[in-house]
Design a binder for this molecule. Structure first.
Ligand SMILES: *Cc1c(COP(=O)(O)O)cnc(C)c1O
Length: 351
């Protein structure tokens, strides 16, 4: 199957072999990588190259996610696996990808950078997968179908049965399920289905629930054959030593992540309840993530008003199916209180 999906020259590519690939021991006198034998100029031990395969992290993540280490790829944010998947599979000006708008913008931008055609199969009006729309655009050059669940910007999960149908219907097309917000959802990850579907790819990130957006850590879970291809084409040392250390530390604090998720979900429920009382709110889209897409009367004017008051939300009013909608990230309770006051002020609603 992968012979058909992966570009021919990538299949036969011989990757760069780093010093740390050729000798993997940790004890000895290291005179192989032209490193500085002293410490760094800032006094810390940054002088050695990091583990190119992040073995320690993969061992821990494998346990946490109940999937073998060779099904895991760790990248510089999810941006890296998104880019690598397109580069590995799509022949410029020949192959195409399918996206389901409204959705995360990076799939399209990455494809455009590589001159890969983008086909669109919009979600239904309640932001669910439209199987007929997908059927209409998929052709023999379609290499990847991108499904974001929970979806950004609508916030809701995509029904799992529709994802499974897609996986079955297009067995020689990659179906990427971007689960950036899965920690906030009531449904478990699709990682558990990797053994069943060769064409399934799951993306997760440390940027949202784990609170580590600034460190840039994204994870791709997939069939080990595909992971080996991503490993072959990535920059050899794509994850720096400091980040690796901090991720290892984070993996010991799953409880802390869960606690923050719980608080964020409570704040979301509170915000939704308060928004429902605002007369000019016309729709609150059900959310399985840490964002809510809210429809307002005069949404664009409200958005500009909020900016003036130094409250930054995301203007989605020009996005297909999101007309008159603003996407709100779930902040701290006191931040949301200020937001609500300003919204009421804008509409001159006083209660
Ligand atoms: C935020 C987000 C990501 C995370 O991207 P990183 O590069 O890992 O920070 C991925 N996918 C979606 C849909 C997102 O909204």
């Amino acid at each position: 199957m992968f012979d058909k999906i992966i570009r021919k020259h990538i299949l036969s590519l011989k990757p760069y072999s780093s010093a740390r690939d050729e000798y993997t021991g940790t004890i000895g006198i290291f005179l192989d990588a032209n490193e500085n034998p002293f410490t760094s100029v800032v006094g810390k031990k940054y002088n050695r190259y990091p583990d190119p395969h992040q073995k320690e992290i993969k061992t821990k993540l494998a346990k946490l996610k109940a999937t073998p280490p060779n099904t895991i790829f760790i990248g510089n944010g999810s941006d890296e696996p998104i880019d690598l998947l397109i580069r590995a599979c799509c022949e410029p000006k020949k192959d195409n990808i399918v996206i389901l708008p409204p959705t995360y913008g990076m799939y399209q931008v990455c494809a455009e950078i590589h001159q890969v055609e983008i086909k669109k199969a919009p979600l239904t009006s309640d932001f669910q997968l439209d199987e007929t729309a997908i059927e209409k655009v998929v052709d023999k050059h379609t290499k990847i179908i991108w499904i974001c669940s929970p979806n950004n910007p609508s916030g809701n999960l995509i029904e799992e049965s529709a994802i499974i149908n897609t996986l079955k219907k297009y067995p020689s097309t990659l179906v990427v399920v971007d689960e950036a917000y899965i920690d906030f959802a009531s449904r478990p990850s699709m990682i558990s289905q990797l053994a069943e579907f060769e064409n399934l790819v799951v993306l997760q990130t440390f940027s949202k629930a784990w609170g580590m957006a600034g460190l840039r850590v994204g994870v791709c879970y997939a069939n080990s054959t595909l992971i080996a291809v991503l490993d072959k084409i990535k920059y050899p040392y794509n994850m720096n030593m400091l980040t690796q250390k901090i991720v290892l530390k984070a993996l010991k604090k799953v409880g802390k992540k869960e606690k923050m998720v719980k608080t964020i979900l409570e704040n979301k429920a509170w915000l939704e309840k308060k928004l429902a009382k605002i007369v000019n709110v016309t729709k609150i889209n059900p959310s399985d993530s840490n964002q809510v897409l809210v429809k307002f009367n005069n949404a664009k004017e409200l958005f500009d008003f909020l900016i003036e008051r130094k409250i930054i939300t995301r203007d989605r009013t020009t996005v297909h199916l999101c007309e008159d909608s603003i996407r709100i990230s779930i902040g701290k309770k006191k931040e949301l209180k200020v937001l609500l006051e300003e919204i009421k002020d804008f509409y001159k609603q006083n209660d």
